[in-house]
Design a protein around this ligand. Structure first.
Ligand code: GDP
Length: 535
């Protein structure tokens, strides 16, 4: 192996690229902050701001970043983290952001194509919640290994075994706790390290502003100090071992089991343990296979997949950013790569990390890293960029839309603007756009996984393109993929309408599942295939 290839392999091996999946309010922002604190991003920032409390919120990161030169972006936060007692450069952690609010859309799913692992963050009192479930299904679909964190253990909640059972029973993912809490939810004293049998006792800091000091005790000392709370944790651990719920790296990587940690993002308890688990257990970036079966190793020439395209992020930067995840090779700003979908060259002179409203230039990046490309008008989510031998990665699946509406312009003379805007939002993948001859181009049908996507469309139509539009819900609730041969018969059916999506897929929309079932029964010869579902 050449020294370049060796260096590339080392750079790839020390990277961990992951996303946090959670229901709103489970503590994703707080945990992100806590992770940054443990990587010594935030404590230094606290010093910059001269603030002692944990008032430094995510928005302050921009300031921190300017001062410290850390890459925080609205898409990925990158930081170094070294396991305690290890020498060398340590790990590079890429935490890729997923849209955090209830306005989850296909965007989130696309982000999950860019990561190698996910952290499923669960509120100890609430257990599995709907959005966590949906996102988990995407991880399962993509074979992404999941680490589970039970957060807010400092507040009253369920018991560890209840939470473990709920996860195994409802989603078939078997938790294998690495640590069990000592003290019930609401009385979080520390963690039993199930692999060593030792006790990690945490001490609170004022307002949870600092890394919580840890004290390591052997089992005897733990028993003496915590009494029944320690005994309960030990018994739970033994019970789990009897049930075979100990960490197994192979089963974890296969998506069958999930290492579990109990934490309080707010108090910074269990956060170091999460980082350690990511570094020790989560997979490093690996190569991928192209649609023609060609394999690309991380040490092969540069290749990357675009997973998110965003325009109008800021009124002072009225351009379009494409975020790519590097799959193989070294990225050097300025290199001219090929856009697989068009075969055209793409110059990467403007490669950035996006820092809130500011951008900083990225000169070099490695497999697992996320880079934003400016003025990437030709790039769409799922596209491949490469250098050297041709490679094209499989497209990102479009998820089955469940909400359908028409979009109508209400300002008469803005039709041209409207079309332009529609094309823009379509190519960014904000919604799926469906058309057919009957309806024409003036009122395309928008299809979405979540209805909030429609609001994003009308809001952006207004603010970026100055076009007033209204959304009018259509009476369809599910879609099937069909073909040109089946289209005319389907169009004759009541409660069915056929459309062509921008990517060329022919979709039949049905008023409800009974309509679909009836047609499937009556016309068994028609092509009606389910789309990739999210739940
Ligand atoms: P997000 O919506 O998932 O990003 O959640 P946030 O990080 O904004 O947290 C939602 C709320 O839960 C906030 O009021 C946090 O202060 C609180 N919170 C987050 N983590 C913890 C925790 O570990 N313990 C407690 N008690 N509260 C927490």
């Amino acid at each position: 192996m050449s020294s370049d290839a060796r260096e590339l392999r080392l750079e790839a091996q020390r990277r961990r690229t992951f996303a946090i999946i959670s229901h709103p309010d489970a503590g994703k922002s707080t945990m992100t902050e806590a992770l940054a604190l443990h990587a010594h991003v935030i404590s230094e920032a606290g010093a910059i701001h001269g603030k002692a409390g944990r008032k430094s919120t995510v928005s302050d990161w921009m300031e921190m970043e300017k001062a410290r030169g850390i890459s925080v972006s609205s898409t990925a936060l990158q930081f170094n983290y070294a396991l305690e007692g290890t020498d060398g450069p340590g790990a590079v952690i890429n935490l890729v952001d997923t849209p955090g609010h209830a306005d989850f859309s296909e965007d989130t799913y696309r982000v999950l194509t860019a990561v190698d692992a996910a952290v499923m963050l669960i509120d100890a009192a609430k257990g599995l919640e709907p959005q966590t479930l949906k996102l988990f299904q995407v991880c399962r679909h993509r074979g992404i290994p999941v680490i589970t964190v039970i957060n807010k253990w400092d507040r009253p909640g369920r018991t560890p075994l209840e939470l473990i059972d709920e996860i195994s029973e409802r989603i078939g993912l078997i938790p294998t706790p690495l640590f069990l809490p000592v003290g019930i939810a609401g009385d979080f004293r520390g963690l039993l390290d199930r692999r060593t049998g030792e006790y990690i006792h945490f001490t609170r800091t004022a307002g949870g502003a600092k890394i919580a000091p840890e004290e390591l005790l052997d089992p005897d000392a733990a028993l003496e100090r915590e009494g029944d709370a320690w005994i309960a944790a030990v018994e739970e651990s033994e019970l789990l071992s009897e049930m075979g719920q100990d960490h197994d790296e192979e089963l974890f990587l296969a998506g069958q089991t999930s290492p579990m940690i109990f934490a309080s993002a707010m108090l910074n308890f269990g956060v170091r343990q999460l980082l350690d688990a990511l570094v020790e257990l989560a997979p490093a970036p690996s190569g991928r296979t192209g649609i023609d079966g060609t394999e690309r190793e991380v040490t092969d020439p540069f290749s990357a997949v675009v997973f998110k395209v965003q325009a109008g992020m800021d009124s002072s930067h009225r351009d379009r950013l494409a975020f790519m995840r590097i799959v193989s090779g070294e990225f050097e700003r300025g290199m001219v790569v090929t856009h697989a979908q068009t075969g055209k060259p793409f110059a990467t002179k403007y490669a950035h990390t996006v820092v809130g409203r500011d951008r900083s230039t990225v000169d070099t990046a490695y497999p697992g890293d996320v880079v934003g490309l400016v003025n990437a008008t030709a790039l769409a989510p799922g596209d491949t960029l490469y250098d050297g031998p041709r490679i094209q990665y499989p497209p990102i699946p479009s998820f089955a839309p469940e909400h359908f509406s028409t979009l109508r312009v209400t300002t008469a003379d803005k039709y041209k603007q409207f079309r332009k805007a529609m094309d823009q939002l379509d190519s960014e993948g904000v919604v799926q756009v469906l058309r057919n001859e009957t309806r024409g181009d003036a009122s395309p049908v928008l299809a979405a996984v979540g209805p909030m996507q429609f609001e994003v469309v009308t809001a952006r139509m207004k603010t970026e393109f100055n076009v007033d539009t209204v959304i009018e819900p259509l009476g369809y609730s599910l879609a099937r993929r069909t073909d040109a041969d089946s289209a005319s018969e389907l169009n004759r059916q009541r409660g069915v309408e056929v459309f062509t999506r921008t990517d060329g897929a022919i979709l039949a929309l049905f008023s409800d599942k009974w309509r679909l079932q009836y047609i499937e029964k009556e016309h068994g010869d028609l092509t009606l295939e389910p789309l990739v579902a999210t739940a």
